[in-house]
Design a protein around this ligand. Structure first.
Ligand SMILES: N[C@@H](CCC(=O)N[C@@H](CS)C(=O)NCC(=O)O)C(=O)O
Length: 253
C-alpha cells in the first residue's frame, strides 16, 4: 500500500472512491478494470496527459510524481497502480480477485511495476507517444519545478519529445518486453488465466500492458497463448468499460 499525505488538502474531504486517471494510460486501465470487476462506484477525474493536465500545482499536490492513476478512498490518497489494485482487493474483498497462491500472483504485479520505467514507458514513447506528449518550453519549466523524482526527471529530460530515442534505450526496452512476454506465454500454456482457472489481479495487471504495447506495434505473432488469453477478455465488461471505452481507436492514435 502506497499512501500519500496530500499537500492539496481539498481531496481529504472526498467521500467514497475517486479516481484520477488517464484514458490511454495502462496503469489507469488496471485500476478501472479492478473497480468494475468489484462492482464499486467511483467518481471519475479524467486527466488528459496530452493537454498536460497532470502538470499543475493542484495535481502534484495529490500525486507527488505527477502520474496517473491516483485513487482517493474516503480522503486517503493511494498511488502506484499495482499497489492500488491490491489495496482495493484487500479492502473490498467480494468478489475476490486473489489467487490461492498469493505470492505467485503478487510476483506478476511486481514484475509489471518493475518494467514500467525501463521498458514500457520508453517503448510507448519511442513508437508513438513522444511527439503527442511533447512539452512546450513553458510546460517543461513547470514540470522541472514540480517534479522531485529523479528517475522521472531523467526520463522526461531525455525523452520528452525533444530528443530522439537512442537505439540502445529502445533495444533494451524491447528486450525486456520480449523476455516478459515469453515468460507470460510459457505460463499460459494449458492455462485459461495466468494463475490457472481463476481470473485474478495478475490478469488485470498484465492485460493493459498487452493492449498498449500491441497498439504501439509490438508483434505477438509468436505468442499464441497470449493471443488466446487476450481474446478471452473481449467478453468481459471490465475490459470493455475499463479499457476499450476510454481508447477505442488506440491503434490509430
Ligand atoms: N508506477 C506508476 C506509473 C504511473 C505512470 O507512469 N503513469 C503514466 C501513464 S501510464 C503517466 O502518468 N505519465 C505521465 C508522465 O510520465 O508525466 C503506477 O503504476 O501507477
Amino acid at each position: 500500500m502506497v499512501v500519500v499525505v496530500p499537500t492539496n488538502k481539498s481531496v481529504e474531504a472526498f467521500q467514497g472512491l475517486h479516481l484520477y486517471h488517464g484514458a490511454i494510460s495502462n496503469c489507469s486501465m488496471r485500476v478501472r478494470m479492478t473497480l468494475i470487476e468489484k462492482g464499486l462506484d467511483w467518481e471519475s477525474h479524467h486527466i488528459d496527459l496530452k493537454k498536460k493536465e497532470n502538470i499543475s500545482d493542484e495535481y502534484f499536490g495529490i500525486n507527488p510524481n505527477g502520474l496517473v492513476p491516483t485513487l482517493v478512498d474516503n480522503g486517503v490518497v493511494h498511488i502506484e497502480s499495482n499497489d492500488i489494485i491490491d489495496y482495493l482487493d484487500d479492502t473490498y474483498p467480494t468478489p475476490t480477485l486473489r489467487a490461492e497462491d498469493k505470492d505467485e500472483m503478487m510476483e506478476w504485479l511486481h514484475l509489471a511495476a518493475a518494467i514500467h520505467v525501463p521498458a514500457c514507458k520508453p517503448y510507448v514513447y519511442a513508437t508513438k507517444m513522444a511527439p503527442k506528449l511533447k512539452k512546450t518550453a513553458e510546460e517543461q519549466a513547470k514540470y522541472d519545478a514540480l517534479q522531485q523524482n529523479e528517475e522521472l526527471k531523467n526520463f522526461h529530460a531525455k525523452h520528452a519529445g525533444k530528443s530522439a530515442f537512442s537505439t540502445s534505450d529502445f533495444d533494451k526496452a524491447k528486450a525486456i518486453l520480449g523476455a516478459c512476454f515469453t515468460k507470460l506465454e510459457v505460463t499460459l500454456e494449458g492455462r485459461e488465466w495466468i494463475m490457472g482457472d481463476r481470473f485474478t489481479l495478475a490478469d488485470i495487471s498484465w492485460i493493459p500492458l498487452y493492449f498498449v504495447i500491441k497498439g504501439c506495434g509490438f508483434s505477438f505473432e509468436k505468442y499464441p497463448n497470449i493471443r488466446r488469453w487476450a481474446a478471452a477478455f473481449e467478453a468481459k465488461e471490465s475490459y470493455q468499460q475499463g479499457i476499450l471505452k476510454w481508447c477505442p481507436d488506440f491503434a490509430l492514435v
